[in-house]
Design a protein around this ligand. Structure first.
Ligand code: IVH
Length: 667
């Protein structure tokens, strides 16, 4: 081994050990910063020596941004489901049935049923070869590239004694903390929220872009080993071996020798599971001995040697006192049930979401009704039913959706095909005004150093009614308010001044035009270059821009047609905000790639993928993620995906390398 090889190997081993310490053992021994430095060092070495590439290198966990359609693959062993029950009676039946069938002593393992999305991993000679989703049980999607980004999954096994070939099955989970973080981020971006961590985990795993998957911090727990030559003759011991190879095997697994022990386990975890970092929805009971499992066999759908006991989603009955209506920053109106406080899953519940008018109608709600509240995997408790028998002869009033905005009195509208009602008074309705200013100041928008409470105070004091008003604030104004000292006032002034350098595309995003998120804002900025052009845009010129459809285009037109918005944007421009694209970027613009659609694939030596992407856009071309009949060129680096290569050959798409691409630009 030469010096470079040696260095690369040391770094890989060291980084993998740190991954294991952090993600499997939860006891890191290095700072994130030092870890990143080492990872960057390894990345640089690997880029300089592509011949030393290794699909199991820790750098492969970063997730490339090559999007790929998933290929379907047949499972070697079908992925069956489990018989489900909610009743202790059926657990008893399962136990006695097993006893009668086996005629000999047996052990039952109790383990938690994790509520995520199931995965099957294939390892050969200690290396992760493939990761397949459950699919229909017989065939699933090949999601290997995404699964590699999950740091607690070993790409290379530790220790020894693993079979040359085996499969291990488990659950991919999004921990509660990460779920909350993801949802608040989505709320800020006006993207639909995930209802529970399970949906979030399966949605993430099906992302076409592994870089997005990598950013979402999934975790994985394993519970089932399959293969021809497993190390032990019992489920429990096999899992212990798997733990020594580096897999995250939950520690809550117990061997039970009687029904009492099983019921103790069930009642213990029914409570204790609420303290776990991930969602669980029951307990799985399995016959421990593999020989006995084989004797018991399978029904058409599930093993006879296992059963899932599901925890009751906790329910409580309480009185509906009233329904109130909340207005969000987009004007959407949400009905909220105000309840007689009731204890549910350890917290006092006073309010529950009623979602929309159809839900209220479906429940036939009346004030004073006794309603059932449930807290399942969802964050906000929901009302699942009404106890109609509990209604007295004098019923309360039927709950109906309001006709006017509770904040400003404007008649509500319900757009065709939508479930939600909206208040259309965008510029006069207080929560909408405050919400828009809160969005304007966020870090990814103008990055102005104030939070929602300050926005509230400034609004109440009458200083701000729209984002432009922020730039009229003076230190004297602020010092007149409670809780403001010279230092904090100075800070806000500085922060406002600095925001004037924020580039045009972020200013566009900050305006809070409905459906204009960060990506759309960037595309608009590139396509129209300044606000004057954008204001003159038509439905046609807008929809010509890549990925801008009729709905977004109409929303942009509506925004600029509104006189109040015209005044606001004119004022922002007058105060010195960036209302056109950066000069140097513009100066280097050309139309050399006009009307050309280019797909980037593989890894490059001279520039990063993002730089190539920016170059394509800067020269009027379109960057696309997948090869199709519309593709003009594939800009191919090292290790271009075989699927893309095949498709390109079939469609006769021209493949060019870095030099050829750069020559096209310098011609
Ligand atoms: S064992 C043949 N153990 O529940 C038995 N499954 O309804 C294979 N699950 O698809 C499954 N936690 O996604 C097993 N500790 C656990 C589990 C578990 C969650 C999921 C899994 C499976 C489904 C069965």
């Amino acid at each position: 081994m030469n010096e470079i090889e040696e260095k690369i190997k040391t770094l890989r081993d060291e980084l993998e050990q740190h991954n294991y310490n952090y993600y499997v053992l939860s006891s890191p021994t290095i700072s994130d910063y030092d870890f990143d430095i080492k990872l960057k060092e390894l990345q640089a070495l690997e880029e300089a020596h592509p011949e030393l590439a290794d699909p199991a290198s820790p750098t492969q966990r970063i997730g490339s941004d090559i999007s790929r359609e998933f290929v379907q693959i047949e499972h070697k062993y079908p992925m069956l489901s489990l018989g489900n029950t909610y009743s202790e009676e059926e657990v008893r039946d399962f136990y006695h049935r097993t006893m009668r069938s086996l005629h000999e002593p047996f052990e039952i393992t109790g383990e938690l049923k994790f509520d995520g999305t199931s995965i099957s991993l294939l390892y050969e000679h200690g290396r992760l070869i493939r990761a397949i989703t459950r699919g229909d049980g017989t065939r699933g999607d090949d999601v290997t590239a995404n699964v590699k980004t999950i740091r607690s999954i070993p790409l290379k096994l530790r220790g020894s004694g693993y079979p040359d070939e085996f499969e291990i099955r488990g659950e991919i989970l999004l921990p509660w903390a990460e779920f909350d973080r993801l949802n608040s981020e989505r709320e800020e971006q006006e993207e639909p929220l995930f209802a529970n961590p399970r949906n979030a985990a399966s949605g993430t795993l099906k992302q076409l872009n592994p870089a997005i998957v990598a950013s979402r911090k999934l975790d994985a727990y394993f519970y089932y080993l399959l293969g021809e030559d497993l190390p032990a003759q019992s489920h429990y011991e096999n899992l212990c071996h798997a733990r020594s190879w580096g897999f995250k095997i939950p520690g809550m697994i117990r061997k039970c020798h009687s029904l009492e022990e099983i019921f103790d386990y069930l009642s213990y975890w029914n409570i204790e599971r609420k303290n776990l970092p991930v969602a669980t929805d029951g307990v799985v009971l399995k016959v421990n001995s593999l020989l006995q499992q084989r004797n018991l066999g399978f029904t058409a759908k599930s093993p006879r040697w296992a059963i899932a006991y599901k925890f009751q989603a906790e329910q409580a009955a309480t009185r509906l006192n009233s329904v109130s209506f909340q207005v969000g920053r987009t004007g959407a109106v949400t009905p909220v049930a105000n309840l007689e406080p009731v204890l549910l899953s350890g917290t006092t519940v006073k309010r529950a979401s009623l979602h929309n008018a159809d839900i209220i109608e479906g429940l036939d709600l009346h004030t004073g009704d006794t309603v059932y509240v449930e807290k399942g995997g969802e964050i906000i408790p929901k009302i699942t039913g009404v106890d109609k028998d509990a209604r007295s002869t004098v019923m309360g009033n039927k709950v109906s959706f309001i006709k006017e905005c509770p904040e400003c009195g404007t008649p509500l509208i319900r757009p065709q095909g939508e479930a939600a009602h909206y208040c259309p008074n965008e510029s006069g309705c207080p929560p909408q005004i405050k919400g828009r200013i809160e969005h304007f100041v966020t870090r990814r928008a103008m990055d102005i150093n104030i939070g929602p409470e300050t926005v509230e105070d400034l609004y109440e004091a009458g200083y701000i009614r729209n984002p432009a008003d922020l730039y009229l604030l003076t230190e004297t104004d602020l010092l007149r308010l409670e809780r403001w000292a010279e230092k904090s006032a100075r800070n806000l002034m500085d922060s406002l001044e600095q925001s004037k350098a924020v580039p045009f595309e972020r200013v566009l995003y900050a305006l809070g035009i409905r459906y204009v998120g960060e990506t759309v804002a960037k595309r608009l900025a590139f396509a129209f270059q300044n606000i004057t052009n954008l204001k003159q845009a038509t439905l046609e010129t807008l929809t010509e821009v890549d990925e801008i459809g009729g709905r977004i285009a109409q929303s942009i037109l509506d925004y600029f047609n509104n006189e109040k918005n015209q005044v606001i944007t004119a004022r922002l421009e007058a105060y010195g905000l960036q209302m056109s694209m950066n000069e140097t970027i513009l100066a280097n613009r050309s139309e050399k790639l006009k009307d050309l659609t280019i797909v980037i694939s593989g890894t490059f030596l001279k520039h990063s993928r993002d730089e190539y992407k920016a170059m394509i856009e800067q020269h009027g071309g379109k960057n696309s993620g997948s090869v199709s009949g519309k593709t003009d060129y594939i800009l191919a680096g090292e290790n271009m995906g075989p699927a893309k290569l095949e498709k390109a050959a079939k469609l006769g798409v021209k493949i060019i390398n870095e030099e050829e691409f750069l020559n096209m630009l310098s011609e």
